[in-house]
Design a protein around this ligand. Sequence first.
Ligand SMILES: *[C@@H]1O[C@H](CO)[C@@H](O)[C@H](O)[C@H]1NC(C)=O
Ligand SMILES: *[C@@H]1O[C@H](CO)[C@@H](O)[C@H](O)[C@H]1NC(C)=O
Ligand SMILES: *[C@@H]1O[C@H](CO)[C@@H](O)[C@H](O)[C@H]1NC(C)=O
Length: 459
Amino acid sequence: MKWHVFLCVLLMYNLKVSSSSSAANRCFCQVTGSLDDCACDVETIDTFNNEQLFPKLQKLLESDYFRFYKVNLNKPCPFWKDNSLCGQKNCAVIPCTPNEVPEGIKTNDHHNMYSAEANQECEKAEKLGAVNSSLSEETRQSLREWSKHDDEAERFCVIDDEESPDSQYVDLLLNPERFTGYKGPEAWQIWNSIYEENCFKPYTVKRPLNPMSAYSGSDGKMFYSWLEGQCVEKRAFFRLVSGLHSSINIHLSARFLLDDNWYEKKWGHNVSEFQQRFDAQLTNGEGPKRLRNLYFLYLIELRALAKILPVLQRPSFQLYTGQSVQDQQLKLQLIELLQVAKSFPLHFDETTLFAGNKEEAATLKEDFRLTFRNISRIMDCVGCFKCRLWGKLQTQGLGTVLKILFSERQIEALPKSSNSRPTFQLSRQELVSLLNAFGRISTSIRELENFRSLLSMVR
Ligand SMILES: *[C@@H]1O[C@H](CO)[C@@H](O)[C@H](O)[C@H]1NC(C)=O
Ligand SMILES: *[C@@H]1O[C@H](CO)[C@@H](O)[C@H](O)[C@H]1NC(C)=O
Ligand SMILES: *[C@@H]1O[C@H](CO)[C@@H](O)[C@H](O)[C@H]1NC(C)=O
């Protein structure tokens, strides 16, 4: 039976900015009801996610299998010279001009280009953005055994990153995605090159470098208006990227560094940061669209989870950590989660994408693939290591989602017998990134509820 056929890609263009002045309304007025002419409404997704899926998923992600992610954080940026002086040290602070540097320092050290104060800032951001790669010797040993096990499994494709000696395992629970102080021009450049050069956007529409400034094209048009002329697929691509961007910004606003002094660091919700990014008035009407794109991304990723159920249900599929009782329990837990995902009544139907004539569809799909791969390479240009870690994980997760959605035939053709070569496989790395990336989106949807109630207290 088909799970059904709702194409959620038609965008709503005529923006009706709410006249209500309530702070909550200005972010959420358009984030309600049916999602762009499709039957999946925001409230259904909220309830489904927050009550059913989110708690199960959180539990799963705390397991040993899902908390360790192998990543190469030392690849050079392939597209531009990393010219932030402390970017190398995973810091994101604008260097001082030489005349800001006190004479005493200059005469002592001709190479020192930073003022003492900037250095402090630099150290602070470096600390916040640093990746804690500590693993116990015991964990290291078991990870070696896991990868030996993984290598024995037949693999469909080799992800070069994993083989590189520079790749290292990172404990995701020790490195939560949160505010690191990485912002300003360097961070804008990342998103700007994604939107400007990797989203099929025509050159005539310019996005300002500073996303906080009003968005309008050179001809006075809103940034979004270029989407009108695009085909469904390219609009969908843009919405996925925008949804990912929204999700990351929600995390940074929800785990903002509120207090930083000698006796404590306190992380929590910063409502004004959230408003800067999502309030309709402060963003020239874009904020609520960004939130709608988050829901779109959620539906796409949820669909992919529902689709891999048959792959992971196969008896030969194992979540290997070497602890056979726990491994089997974890597999049951994972399958239960995917069954919940599958039970969602209003699934997105990806078969309507690339439904044009065969040649056209194949070209589009290839465009998609190349562009997406390019975006994942841009992640090596992210200056702050912790942001780079989560950026890479989430793009790999979304890449895995696309791989699943476009492998429908291979998944259907899975042989019944576990002796024959499977027509579709996921590596541990793909599975870990898929579930953790979805965990981020699911957490964002959950966080929106918190921001809704916090905003209802703001005037
Ligand atoms: C990394 O995490 C471990 C375990 O929580 C902790 O003991 C250690 O101090 C952390 N290292 C840094 C540099 O934060
Ligand atoms: C990849 O991204 C870079 C940086 O934005 C851009 O300059 C380049 O044109 C892109 N390449 C392709 C093949 O899309
Ligand atoms: C919250 O974020 C804003 C920027 O949007 C910043 O000016 C303010 O200091 C932050 N509040 C706290 C308590 O850190």
